[in-house]
Write a protein that binds this ligand. Structure first.
Ligand code: NAD
Ligand code: UDP
Length: 367
C-alpha cells in the first residue's frame, strides 16, 4: 500500500487556514512539499477557499475554534485565526479578544508541549493611530484601549506579550510578524475592507464609499509577497521579531478609489461617509529590518496586484450570478456558501455602528 509517511517531512498547522491569507499560505506550504493541517471555525473563512486543496494527499482540514484547547502533533504552527476586517472583528468583540488571549495561549501551550516553532500573525494595528511615520518595529504605538477597534488592537498586543513571555519563560521558539494591509484574490466579498469594498462597488456600478475625506493613508501589500515574507520569517533561525511585513508604497484612500475606478473602467461616483471611530490617519511600514534579516521586500506594484484582484472579483460575481439564475429555475431554496450557510448575494459591507450584519450576510436583530 502506498504510504505518505516521511519522517523528514514537516507537519505544519495553519490556524485560520480557510481564510484569505491562510488559504494562500496552505497552498504555498503544500507546494513546498509539507504536510498541512488547516484549522478553522469558518467564522470569516470559507471551504470554498480551500476546496482546491482538499484532494491533496498531504492536506487535512479540521473545524475547530482556537478559544478551546486542542492537542495535535505538529512541527510548526502559523497562528492566523482571528477575524481581520473591522466589520468582522467588531461584530463579536468579546470573541475577538478571546481568540487573541485564550486562542493564542492554547496555541502556545501546544507549541510548548510539541516543541513546535510558532509564528503569530500580528498587525500594524499594534501601532494604533501612529505618531511616528513610517512605523519601525521599535515604535510602541498609540492605541485607544477602550475604543471600538481595541478588541482587535489590544487583543493583538496581548497576543504579542504572550508570545514574548512564553519565549522568555518557557523557551518556546517564536516568530512575530506585523502585517500591514494586505489584499488579493480570496478576500471575502462581504469583507468590508477598503480594497474589496471599492472593487465590488466599482464592478457593480454602485457608489464608492470613501470614509472621511479620503486623505487617510494606507500601504497595500499583494498577498503573494506577504506569504513569501511570512514563510521566510518562519524559516529564519534565531529571529523572534517582531518584524514588519508590508508594502512601503503609501496611498490616500481617495487615490485608491480613483485607481480602482480607472482600472475597472467603472462609471461609479465617489461619495463621502463618516469616518469610523479611531480610524488611523496614516500608515506605512518601515521594512528596513525585513530587508536586512529576511532579504525580503515586496515585488508586486499596486496596479498589478489590483488587476489580479479585480479579475478574481469579476469571476466571483459571475459565479454568484450563475448560482442565482440556476436556483431561480428551481423551487425556492437558500443560496449556500462553501460552509453550507445561507448567504444573500454579496453586498458591500458598511462600517459597524451598532454592529448588525453577520459575516455570512445574515442580520442580527437588536435586542
Ligand atoms: P480572514 O478573516 O480571511 O481569516 C481569518 C481566518 O481565521 C478565517 O478563516 C476565520 O474563519 C478564522 N477564525 C477566526 N476566528 C477563529 C477562531 N476563534 N478559531 C478558529 N478559526 C478562526 O482574515 P485574513 O486577512 O486572512 O487575516 C489572517 C490573519 O492575519 C489574522 O490573524 C489577521 O489579524 C492577520 N492580519 C491580516 C491583515 C490583512 O491585511 N489581511 C493585516 C494584519 C494582520
Ligand atoms: N475605508 C473607506 N471605505 C470603505 C472601507 C474602508 O474609505 O468602504 C477606509 C477606512 O476608513 C480606512 C481605510 O479605508 O481609513 C482602510 O480600511 P480597512 O477597513 O481596509 O482597514 P484598516 O486599515 O482600517 O484596518
Amino acid at each position: 500500500m502506498h504510504s505518505h509517511f516521511d519522517p523528514e517531512r514537516k507537519k505544519i498547522l495553519v490556524t485560520g487556514g480557510a481564510g484569505f491569507l491562510g488559504s494562500h499560505l496552505c497552498g504555498q506550504l503544500l507546494a513546498q512539499g509539507h504536510a498541512v493541517l488547516c484549522l478553522d471555525n469558518y467564522f470569516t473563512g470559507s471551504k470554498e477557499n480551500i476546496r482546491p486543496l482538499l484532494d491533496h494527499p498531504l492536506f487535512e482540514a479540521i473545524r475547530h475554534d482556537i478559544v478551546h484547547p486542542i492537542d495535535l502533533e505538529v512541527h510548526q504552527i502559523y497562528n492566523l485565526a482571528c477575524p481581520a476586517s473591522p466589520v468582522h472583528y467588531q461584530f463579536d468583540p468579546v470573541r475577538t479578544v478571546q481568540a487573541n488571549v485564550l486562542g493564542v495561549t492554547h496555541m502556545l501551550e501546544l507549541a510548548r508541549r510539541t516543541k513546535a516553532r510558532i509564528l503569530q500573525a500580528s498587525t500594524s494595528e499594534v501601532y494604533g493611530d501612529p505618531k511616528v511615520h513610517p512605523q519601525p518595529e521599535s515604535y510602541w504605538g498609540n492605541v485607544n484601549p477602550i475604543g471600538l477597534r481595541s478588541c482587535y488592537d489590544e487583543g493583538k498586543r496581548v497576543a504579542e506579550t504572550l508570545m514574548m513571555d512564553y519565549h522568555r519563560q518557557y523557551q518556546v521558539d517564536i516568530r512575530i510578524i506585523r502585517i500591514f494591509n494586505t489584499y488579493g484574490p480570496r478576500m471575502a466579498l462581504n469583507d468590508g475592507r477598503v480594497v474589496s469594498n471599492f472593487i465590488l462597488q466599482a464592478l457593480q456600478g454602485k457608489e464608492i464609499t470613501v470614509y472621511g475625506d479620503g486623505s487617510q493613508t494606507r500601504s497595500f501589500c499583494y498577498v503573494d509577497d506577504l506569504i513569501e515574507g511570512m514563510i521566510r520569517m518562519m524559516e529564519t533561525p534565531g529571529l523572534t521579531g517582531p518584524v514588519n511585513l508590508g508594502n512601503p508604497g503609501e496611498f490616500t484612500v481617495l487615490e485608491l478609489a480613483e485607481k480602482i475606478i480607472a482600472l475597472t473602467g467603472s462609471r461609479s461616483k465617489i461619495v463621502y461617509r463618516p469616518l469610523p471611530q479611531d480610524d488611523p490617519t496614516q500608515r506605512r511600514p518601515d521594512i528596513t529590518l525585513a530587508k536586512q534579516a529576511l532579504s525580503w521586500e515586496p515585488t508586486i506594484r499596486l496596479e498589478a496586484g489590483l488587476k489580479r484582484t479585480i479579475d478574481y472579483f469579476e469571476q466571483s460575481l459571475l459565479g454568484q450570478k450563475e448560482m442565482t439564475v440556476r436556483s431561480a429555475a428551481r423551487p425556492v431554496r437558500a443560496k449556500q456558501n462553501g460552509n453550507g450557510d445561507s448567504i444573500p448575494l454579496p453586498k458591500t459591507a458598511t462600517p459597524p455602528r451598532s454592529a448588525s450584519r453577520l459575516p455570512n450576510g445574515a442580520v442580527r436583530r437588536a435586542s
